[in-house]
Design a protein around this ligand. Structure first.
Ligand SMILES: Nc1ncnc2c1ncn2[C@@H]1O[C@H](COP(=O)(O)OP(=O)(O)OP(=O)(O)O)[C@@H](O)[C@H]1O
Length: 761
């Protein structure tokens, strides 16, 4: 359908046609915002008794009935709240108590668990903290020697050999088959489960299936798992969750965090009702941090658990330390990237959003909080720098610790442990001085270097704290690092930079669906490499939407140079459906959940395969279909397109589409011959690209976004120079006239009329 027809339907709410963007139902009717048929990505038939259609267990009927009772998918979460006093708003004390199992739940045998794990492509592996302890010393020595030989080259840590061995060791704990099991098997408080189901979630996603039992009650989850004698489940586990974008990782870490607080309170004793900072969630951008706070607050309704966003003026209960609790190590020094290197707002440069720009005016004035009592916080959500500053500052070294924190969550952990954030993140980790701290890390992409770093840091911490090692368990859903399976991908070549602008306009205003590739319906996101380019693209596009359809208010730009309040407003306008095209940088590439986003345009090729995964993953979330990711590339990008093309090919293979997925060559968006022909990129070039993006797009020259040809630009430049020269001449002349007047006796009319005054502006 011609997008202009859609756009010109007007900005008024259209009750008759809910498909129009302005319709009252808003984005919920748009393709990728459509009905969530099933939030689970994979249902392979692996044969056996379990898998796609699972045999109904004894007692399962009761659970399904429970689920039906809980099915509140029609409930508008933001609808006016019922009057106080109604049942749902005033949870009884019993509703907050962890639930004792109603009946003896039959746990599944390990074979059944294995079938379910295979069917949903879940892979749980113990990475370290188990075999590491058993590894023969000789093995460790060999690795250490190899490390020395390489003379400081990013060598594998001492645990690598054992990690590689352990990597093959899969475990099959209990999966979470339904949310009602949270109550009946894992004893989660009914209020928390109600809050979850009230959001319309019917079935757990894969990452929730695989992670929640282990994080909530490892001893129950592992009871039927064989060969776990050396794992002390009571001590808990550290956890690494790698699952596709939009697969529900946020809930996977928030539920255990809230549950742990409710359990502590239920155990009673003095201070059971107090707010004790028990969990810290670190996220790389302010937008993601506030979104996690919102999610947390929805889950914590009626529980009394306070989920708070870190601000500069917020005081926390912390302990002063004379010296740094745990010394820094070389991991924090290596590979540091200068601030200047990151001015392109790329994904690792998201530190721009570390919350430092929160203005004093917005948060009660400078230092006014100095005298404030500590805030009542149970779960703190923060960007790295702002928390570290409170704890003593990056530069000055840590001066405070947070001993009450029992759970540290790193959301988008691969970025948080990437060189740009690494020092800050490890700094925060060190300040969480509780010996029983549990670390959980989450992302859709996780390099093996990050896993090795984690294993090494955990080992170091265990030695420093003199505690027993906990197993580091890794969950991978689908394929590690690669896929955005439920999105349609398209690579579009244009000969020139100007061609990209034309191609984008064609996506906005397709003449026919044939010439424009997959239809791209608003709302959609457009990613550029730098802030400058985002701004320039916005200037070009802001008048492209007809006035009748809302005009320039439909196109907005968001990047890290904008003040916090402006960023929040733009986010709200995009979420509400007022903004249809949001032009941005990688600051919005990670974690941000816009349920109704139908498409993503990579106006500039992303800086890495991981960046592509995260950008494309802003659409097609929670199993929604219809999301489209279009990537433009020019001749200059060709060396860097291969990694994007590989991700696309893998995504299609996972989705069972295309040549590589067996669906025929035509079905694939990346032709195999192209994939084979694209040049490989040297490691060093990849690294540079990841940090700085395409050099030529950073400033001047090709950084300019415009539809004008170079001839037109030259003509305009000449015109501008003529105008400037003329102004200068006029100025000089009037100064001379003034001087002559002062000297007296000159002809006043001369000059003004006798000479061409150049172009007027
Ligand atoms: N069990 C579920 N059923 C349906 N929707 C769900 C379920 N769990 C989470 N969601 C929804 O899925 C969407 C994506 O969730 P979330 O933001 O946690 O994804 P994510 O895995 O963290 O993605 P990313 O890697 O991009 O950060 C959210 O809108 C969330 O409300």
């Amino acid at each position: 359908m011609d997008i202009l027809k859609v756009l010109s339907r007007g900005i008024k709410q259209n009750k008759k046609n809910p498909l129009a963007p302005g319709a009252s139902t808003g984005s919920t009717q748009l393709p990728s915002a459509g009905a969530r048929t099933n939030p689970q990505f994979f249902h392979d038939d692996v044969g056996g008794t379990r898998g796609k259609k699972r045999k109904r267990r004894k007692g399962a009927q009761d659970e399904e009935e429970d689920e039906e009772e809980n099915d509140v998918s029609d409930v508008d979460y933001f609808a006016p709240k019922p009057a106080p006093g109604t049942e749902s708003q005033t949870p009884s004390a019993a509703n907050l108590q962890p639930e004792p199992p109603k009946r003896k739940q039959k746990l599944l045998d390990e074979d059944d668990c294995r079938q379910i794990f295979r069917s949903h492509r879940l892979k749980l592996t113990i990475l370290s903290g188990r075999e590491a302890a058993e590894a023969p010393p000789a093995e460790t020595k060999v690795v250490k020697k190899a490390k020395k030989d390489k003379e400081g080259k990013a060598a594998a840590p001492a645990t690598t050999t054992s990690t590689a061995k352990a990597d093959k060791k899969q475990i099959y704990p209990q999966p979470l088959n339904s949310f009602s099991e949270l109550r009946h098997v894992y004893g989660v408080a009914p209020q928390l489960v109600d809050n979850l189901t009230r959001q319309g979630f019917r079935a757990p996603t894969e990452v929730q299936m695989g992670s929640l039992p282990l994080l909530l009650r490892p001893e129950t989850a592992l009871r039927k798992a064989k060969d776990m004698a050396d794992v002390d489940a009571e001590r808990g586990i550290d956890f690494l969750g790698v699952a596709p974008t939009g697969s529900g990782k946020t809930i996977s870490f928030l539920i255990p965090a809230i549950d742990s607080i409710l359990r502590r309170r239920a155990q009673g004793g003095n201070g059971a009702e107090d707010h004790v900072l028990e969990a810290v969630v670190v996220a790389p951008t302010r937008e993601l941090a506030s979104q996690i706070v919102n999610e947390g607050r929805k889950l914590a309704i009626g529980t009394g658990v306070r989920v708070v966003l870190m601000k500069r003026t917020l005081r926390l209960v912390a302990e002063d330390v004379e010296q740094e609790a745990q010394p820094e190590d070389e991991d924090e020094k290596e590979d540091e990237v200068s601030e200047e290197d990151n001015d392109n707002d790329n994904e690792v440069a998201a530190s721009d959003a570390s919350g430092e720009e929160i203005s004093d005016a917005e948060h009660g004035g400078k230092d006014s909080a100095g005298a404030k009592p500590p805030a009542r916080v149970d779960i703190l959500v923060t960007t790295p720098k702002i928390l570290l500053n409170f704890l003593g500052g990056e530069k000055t070294g840590v001066k405070k610790t947070l001993p009450s924190v029992k759970s540290l969550v790193l959301d988008e952990a691969d970025v948080l442990l990437d060189p740009v954030f690494r020092k800050q993140t490890l700094g925060i980790w060190r300040t969480c001085s509780n010996p029983n701290l549990r670390l959980t890390c989450w992302s859709a992409t996780m390099g093996s270097n990050i896993e090795a770093l984690l294993s090494k840091q955990l080992e170091k911490r265990t030695n420093y704290m003199k505690t027993q090692p906990k197993p580091l368990v890794r969950l991978v859903v689908g394929l590690k690092d690669t896929a955005v399976p439920n999105v349609t991908h398209k690579l579009t070549y244009t000969a020139t930079e100007a061609g990209k602008l034309m191609a984008l306009r064609q996506l906005l205003h397709p003449v026919s669906s044939a010439d424009s590739g997959p239809p791209l319906r608003p709302p959609f996101l457009v990613f550029t490499q730098t802030i400058e380019r985002a701004q320039a693209l916005h200037d070009e596009l802001k008048y492209d939407i007809p006035l009748e359809a809302g005009g320039s208010m439909r196109v907005a730009v968001l990047h890290s140079s904008l003040p916090d309040s402006v960023r929040s407003k733009i986010m709200a306008r995009f979420r509400s459906g007022e903004v249809w095209v949001l032009i941005t940088t990688d600051v919005l590439a990670r974690g941000v959940d816009f349920a109704g986003v139908n498409g993503v345009v990579n106006y500039d090729v992303p800086n890495s395969a991981a960046a592509y995964v995260h950008r494309a993953g802003r659409t097609g979330r929670a199993g929604r279909e219809g999301g489209v990711a279009v990537t433009f590339y020019t001749k200059d990008d060709i060396p860097f397109v291969k990694s994007v093309a590989n991700v696309i090919a893998m995504s299609e293979r996972q989705a069972g589409k295309g040549a590589l997925g067996g669906g025929g060559d035509d079905a694939s968006s990346v032709q195999k011959w192209l994939l084979d022909a694209l040049p490989k990129v040297a490691k060093e070039d990849k690294r540079k690209l990841k940090v700085r993006g395409m050099e030529s797009r950073r400033s001047g020259g090709k950084a300019t976004i415009t539809t004008k040809s170079s001839w037109e630009r030259r003509r305009d430049n000449n015109k501008q120079s003529a105008i400037d020269a003329s102004k200068k001449r006029k100025q000089q002349e009037s100064q001379q006239q003034k001087k002559r007047k002062k000297a007296g006796g000159e002809d006043d009319d001369a000059g003004d009329n006798g000479e061409w005054g150049g172009l007027d502006d």
